[in-house]
Design a protein around this ligand. Structure first.
Ligand SMILES: Nc1ncnc2c1ncn2[C@@H]1O[C@H](COP(=O)(O)OP(=O)(O)OP(=O)(O)O)[C@@H](O)[C@H]1O
Ligand SMILES: [Mg+2]
Length: 334
């Protein structure tokens, strides 16, 4: 049974993209190293990583544009590249910008690209092209030559090309790359509205802020390896949490905290008192601390004669977490 015959909503494992041990070597270099990706159906999945971390190489292997050195890919529950003829008509992709003819209009370019797609029905081409241009907000510029398009308009035309047929999955490689803040917002809103239609969207970016704003799930690449993946709220929770205590009684506070199994640190005193911090929940894989609840910590401090002027639990931001995971900074704004 083909994916099309099963219809939407029924892949075997509920995973629209699944890779196991996916690997790509370029000579000595491992550009992608044993990648196990799991992209749930209906998710907006952010594929994050700094420049050169292997995002485009992975996407090219997903789509059968590059051969894997090892490992397997399933798209829509079917093996790739073996089943590409069943899979690709249901997948819209924007990888490193499609080549447009600059002296043809947006409409004429899409007509040419659709005519080159084997499964596209010529009888419905005109209507589909016009709908796709409308969907990306380019109807007003449909007759304009592409050489007069802004970068953002070209990017939207590329997405319109990916939308010429109904799709189960959209794969967008850095769709906001090189766009100004206005163009970025437009593409972001477009991705959001496509996802609202139920299409699974796999979108790569080196901008954490992009992914945080539109994605339900994310994966983080660093030097070809996957260092984290999961629902965004789960990734947020996976950061380090610390307590921060302001008190005039730092020394007894430290001994109460140590008695609870925490490892306290004294920070430079602030105008309102001395500051003591301690890790409450470590990052996964780090040594476990004491497992006291914040309210119990406060109660024990007070019982121990510590005067508490301020107490809070601070969690590492997603950005801090990703920087820690990749060892590199992400651009957080454009
Ligand atoms: N055709 C190729 N031949 C040799 N090396 C390559 C080739 N394509 C990619 N690489 C190398 O593989 C690594 C991963 O590149 P890739 O383009 O997948 O990264 P990326 O995460 O998409 O980066 P960016 O954010 O800059 O687009 C890089 O070190 C790159 O130089
Ligand atoms: Mg890339």
């Amino acid at each position: 049974m083909t994916a099309a015959a099963r219809g939407p909503g029924s892949w075997t494992y509920g995973l629209t993209i699944e890779t196991q041990g996916l690997t790509k070597r370029f000579g000595q270099q491992l550009a992608v190293d044993g990648l196990d990706l799991a992209v749930p159906q209906g998710s907006v999945f952010g594929f994050l990583g700094p420049n050169g971390s292997g995002k485009t190489t992975t996407i090219r292997m997903l789509l059968g544009l590059a051969a894997a050195s090892a490992g397997s890919v399933r798209l829509l529950g079917l093996d790739m590249p073996g089943r590409f003829q069943d899979v690709l008509p249901q997948v819209g992709a924007l990888v490193e910008g499609p080549a447009f003819y600059p002296f043809l209009s947006g409409t004429a370019n899409l007509h040419r690209l659709d005519a080159a797609a084997r499964h596209a029905d010529p009888a419905t081409r005109k209507a589909r092209v016009s709908q796709a241009l409308d969907r990306v907000g380019l109807s007003h510029a449909a007759g304009k030559r592409v050489h007069a398009y802004s970068l953002g308009m070209k990017q939207r035309l590329g997405i319109a090309n990916a939308l010429l047929s109904p799709r189960e999955l959209l794969v967008l490689d850095e769709p906001t790359n090189g766009l100004d803040p206005q163009g970025t917002r437009e593409v972001r809103n477009l991705v959001r509205s496509l996802a609202a239609d139920g299409t699974t969207v796999f979108v790569s970016s080196h901008l954490l802020a992009e992914v945080e704003q539109i994605c339900t799930h994310a994966a983080v690449m660093s030097a070809g390896r996957l260092v984290a993946q999961g629902p965004l709220p789960e990734l947020r929770r996976s950061g380090i949490a610390r307590i921060r205590l302001v008190t005039p009684d730092a020394a007894p506070a430290m001994s109460v905290l140590a008695g609870l199994g925490l490892v306290p640190d004294a920070a430079p005193p602030q105008p309102d008192g001395e500051v003591v911090t301690a890790v409450l929940e470590p990052a996964p894989g780090d040594a476990a601390p004491g497992n006291a609840a914040p309210e119990d910590i406060v109660a024990r401090l007070v019982e121990g004669g510590v005067r508490v002027r301020g107490f809070g639990v601070e969690r590492e931001s997603l950005e801090d977490r990703f920087v820690a995971l990749t060892g590199e900074g992400f651009d957080v704004a454009q």
